[in-house]
Design a protein around this ligand. Structure first.
Ligand code: SPV
Ligand code: MG
Length: 288
């Protein structure tokens, strides 16, 4: 089953679906090798890896190119974080056709006003009116060609401090507009608002969460609350930053790399990750 088909099946049946963030094919392969069900093409990671802030500065073409590169490099589904959809409903329709044609399993668009800021960043998060966002969702659903492409509607109602009632109101409107799943984002340090949301959620539309700010909440607990998909949005990048910092400091301190050898991936490991691509393996075979 290819990525796009698998994502829809995973969302609707079986255990909670676990995605992890990535911004390049290497990270996506590490995620696939670790056993994640899918990859989240995170806007935070995409921006940070370019040395930019996550404020909608990446264009649709850049986001598409990056997501397509991820999808081409792993057998698991890729969900692209498409921020606010790169424009109005017409832009969203164009976006959906491009991402679908590029082999992306699904996209997420959020109800923040453009120019968005990262959900976890300090600052005022302002949302578009419900009808503006539902028109984007209807355009997205009308634009897709295959039934299995997944459009995730993300509400930032809790992030904006508007409360669980507003989150439920928006989520219901987005479900009515055809969203295949609702991502309810939150930045409190416990999962309580998500639990309250789920206790009142009566629809069959699956719920997705990003528990960055409530790290104690396990996937099993989320599953018991009724969450269908959990996204560990940026943990690969944060792990890599810390590992690089520690290794770089040790190399400068010790004057050699002996002290880091056991902690870093071997060159063979890099070769293995490269060879996960069949074309690379053919090149290796031909050169052997
Ligand atoms: C991302 O990973 O880019 C997200 C999740 O959208 S958050 O960073 O929490 O906004
Ligand atoms: Mg993002």
């Amino acid at each position: 089953m290819d990525g796009p088909v698998r994502l829809r099946a995973l969302l609707n049946t079986g255990p909670i679906v676990r995605l992890v963030g990535a911004h390049d094919p290497l990270g996506a392969r590490v995620a696939a090798r670790a056993g994640f069900d899918g990859v989240w093409a995170s806007s935070l990671e995409a921006c940070a890896s370019r040395g930019l802030s996550d404020t909608g500065v990446i264009t649709m073409r850049e986001c598409l190119a990056s997501a397509v590169a991820l999808a081409a490099s792993v057998p698991i589904p890729v969900v692209a974080d498409c921020d606010t959809g790169f424009g109005d409903a017409t832009a969203v329709a164009k976006m959906v056709r491009r991402f679908e044609a590029g082999g992306i399993a699904g996209v997420s668009i959020e109800d923040q006003c453009a120019q968005k800021i990262n959900s976890l960043a300090a600052g005022r998060h302002v949302l578009v009116p419900v009808d503006v966002f539902t028109s984007k969702l209807r355009a997205a659903k009308a634009a897709q060609r295959r039934g299995d492409f997944v459009v995730i509607a993300r509400t930032e109602a809790l992030i904006a401090g508007l409360g669980v009632r507003e989150a439920l109101h928006r989520a219901a409107a987005y479900a009515d507009a055809g969203a295949d799943a609702i991502l309810v984002h939150n930045k409190t340090t416990t999962a309580e608002p998500i639990a309250d949301f789920l206790a009142a959620w009566r629809r069959r539309v699956p719920i997705v969460v990003v528990p960055t700010s409530y790290p104690d909440c396990t996937a099993a607990e989320l599953e018991r609350m009724g969450v269908r998909m959990v996204i560990y949005a940026n943990h690969g990048m944060r792990a890599a930053i810390r590992a690089m910092e520690q290794s770089f400091a040790a190399i400068l301190r010790d004057g050699c790399t002996r002290g880091v050898e056991d902690a870093i991936a071997s060159v063979q490991d890099v070769f293995d990750l490269q060879a996960a691509d069949r074309r690379d393996s053919l090149v290796v075979d031909r050169c052997a």
